[in-house]
Design a protein around this ligand. Structure first.
Ligand SMILES: [Zn+2]
Length: 172
């Protein structure tokens, strides 16, 4: 029995499904991609996700990170500037995960609305750093924007000022 046609058909299915699930181009540093479960120092300018951040936001994060370090807390950036393509991919992934665009939008913004795309937002970690910045961030003008994202900060007030009321989520 000649198995070649069967094998060929099998390979065709494999290739189709592989291409179908990875329609988006692989993301790299130029998209602001930080590898999964990775994080980088806010002082690491070799990383595009850091380099493309709004200079005022980056300066505030660095000052906060220096002061947090004095309290034994290391502040890392888990996500910074992102390309539109990267943001779209995050949204597409969220739609697949949550089953609808409306649900996905509660945790992921569109490329048009995302402040990561404009370099005006950072996601910080780990949790003790989020907690520290959450309590002391206003000293640097850094505000938690969404109630459901304790890691997402933007420069929304003057140092020592008051942050605007938090939105319930990214869809709010
Ligand atoms: Zn964020």
């Amino acid at each position: 029995m000649d198995l070649r046609p069967v094998l060929a058909a099998f390979l065709a299915v494999l290739l189709t499904s592989a291409c179908g699930s990875s329609a988006a181009a692989p993301l790299g540093d130029a998209d602001g991609f930080i590898p999964d479960n990775g994080s980088v120092s806010p002082f690491d300018t070799s990383v595009t996700a850091i380099r493309n951040l709004d200079p005022a936001l980056l300066a505030a994060v660095r000052q906060a990170a220096r002061d947090a370090q004095r309290h034994g807390i290391t502040v890392q950036v888990t996500s910074g500037w992102r390309s539109k393509a990267y943001q779209q991919q995050l949204l597409d992934d969220a739609v697949r995960k949550y089953g609808s665009l409306a649900k996905a939008r509660e945790s992921v913004n569109t490329p048009e609305k995302s402040t990561h795309v404009t370099g005006k937002a950072v996601d910080l970690g780990p949790t003790d750093a989020d907690d520290w910045i959450g309590r002391h961030g206003t000293d640097y003008g850094l505000c938690q924007v969404y109630s459901n994202e304790m890691w997402h900060f933007e420069l929304l007030t003057a140092p020592g000022g008051q942050c605007p009321p938090q939105l319930p989520n990214a869809a709010g």
